[in-house]
Design a protein around this ligand. Sequence first.
Ligand code: SF4
Ligand code: SF4
Length: 56
Amino acid sequence: MAANVDTGKCVACGACEQVCPVEAIKVSDAASVDESVCIECGACVNECPAEAISLP
Ligand code: SF4
Ligand code: SF4
């Protein structure tokens, strides 16, 4: 399990990438989460201005 990105909502601002404590997120056209690295801390969910990331 890992944080899930709604690529239709993501505006590629990079805020989640900056805040992730384990560098699980990379942003190009949209954020993408490495499921093997994410620890489900929720930091990205709280930081995203577009409400594009959620936890399961
Ligand atoms: S939930 Fe935490 S560990 Fe997972 S991608 Fe978001 S900030 Fe990174
Ligand atoms: S914080 Fe939200 S809008 Fe910004 S890159 Fe991450 S998922 Fe996309």
